[in-house]
Design a protein around this ligand. Structure first.
Ligand code: NAP
Length: 288
């Protein structure tokens, strides 16, 4: 039987309506309009698309947003100065530096320069630490989007075998942490994992964050598993696709996310949630 499609666009629409209403209520009560600044260094075409989508989502939610573009040869110091400027800007509640950055810039130094209270990507070590101990200020957008999707689609995590393929700081590791906090039994796989298919076949919930088209094949999936495809790749024809062999795996899985229209949309939705949360926190701080 073909899997149920977990439609990120449909799920997002309802969540974004709620965010928009909460933002409007904040503005009416206090005059504060949630504000997001996105910095894009260089001309990576995929990054340009992501940044455009983030700006559009902000506008639709009634947020204030600015996109700051900097040339590919920007010095690290210049980028840090721009972050310093945004740190003091009271109209800006969230600062996001689009990754990856050009090689002359130290990504970790830039992440550490974003004030934790405006770090809506939740990549700052302080926020990562809060996620580890479970008292987070913000959740990283992609893993949070996956958890939101599971919650809204009534897919239980507690007590189930969850396998995450990928251990990056921005997807794999925090994804595993959130599944663990939801009481899943979690295994993380990576490029040195032995007998990968044997491990993934144990999964009730399988999350792939590898970045290789067609990586997850039907023989790696347990019949009835929930398959979440975080990958964003281009296939041989140049079309956007995930990590999962969608036609074959959707015949085996009980539920599956498509690419596009799956996790990617949820990621931007959770960025809106974090920006709103940052604005609400700023309101609370103003009264202290
Ligand atoms: P990354 O930093 O390149 O991490 C890829 C992970 O995959 C690594 O941990 C790597 O293992 C593992 N891997 C590579 N080959 C493997 C293999 N043969 N077997 C098992 N594991 C293997 O990538 P990322 O930033 O996490 O992103 C992953 C994908 O998600 C990309 O396609 C990216 O574009 C996409 N993405 C999507 C969203 C969204 O909103 N949908 C957001 C962020 C990223 P090692 O650690 O051992 O090298």
């Amino acid at each position: 039987m073909a899997a149920r499609i977990l439609d990120g666009k449909k799920i997002s629409a309802a969540v974004r309506e709620d965010i928009k209403a909460r933002a409007a209520a904040l503005t009416e009560r206090t005059g504060i309009v949630p504000g997001l600044a996105v910095i894009l260094v260089g001309e990576n075409p995929a990054s340009q698309v992501y940044v455009r989508n983030k700006k559009k989502a902000c506008e639709e939610a009634g947020f204030y947003s600015v996109v700051i573009t900097m040339p590919a040869d920007t010095e690290q110091e210049t980028l840090l100065e721009k972050i310093e400027e945004l740190k003091a800007d009271r109209q800006i509640h969230g600062i996001l530096v689009q990754l990856p950055l050009p090689p002359q810039i130290d990504e970790q130094a830039v992440i550490a320069a974003i004030p934790p209270e405006k770090d809506v990507d939740a990549f700052h070590p302080e926020n990562v630490g809060h996620i580890m101990i479970g008292d987070h200020r913000f959740l990283p957008c992609t893993p949070a989007g996956v958890m939101k999707m599971l919650e809204i689609e009534d897919i239980p995590v507690a007590g189930r075998e969850c396998v995450v393929i990928g251990r990056s700081n921005i997807v794999g590791k925090p994804m595993a942490m959130l599944l663990l906090q939801a009481n899943g039994t979690v295994t993380i796989c990576h490029s040195k994992t032995k007998n990968l298919a044997e491990v993934t076949r144990r999964a009730d919930i399988l999350v792939s964050a590898v970045g290789k088209a067609g990586f997850v094949t039907a023989d790696m999936v347990k019949p009835g598993a929930v398959v979440i495809d975080v990958g964003m790749n281009r296939n041989a024809e140049g079309k956007l696709c995930g990590d999962v062999d969608f036609p074959a795996v959707s015949e085996i899985a009980s539920a599956i996310t498509p690419v596009p229209g799956g996790v990617g949309v949820m990621t931007i939705t959770m960025l809106l949630e974090n920006t709103l949360r940052a604005a609400l926190n700023a309101e609370i701080s103003a009264y202290r």
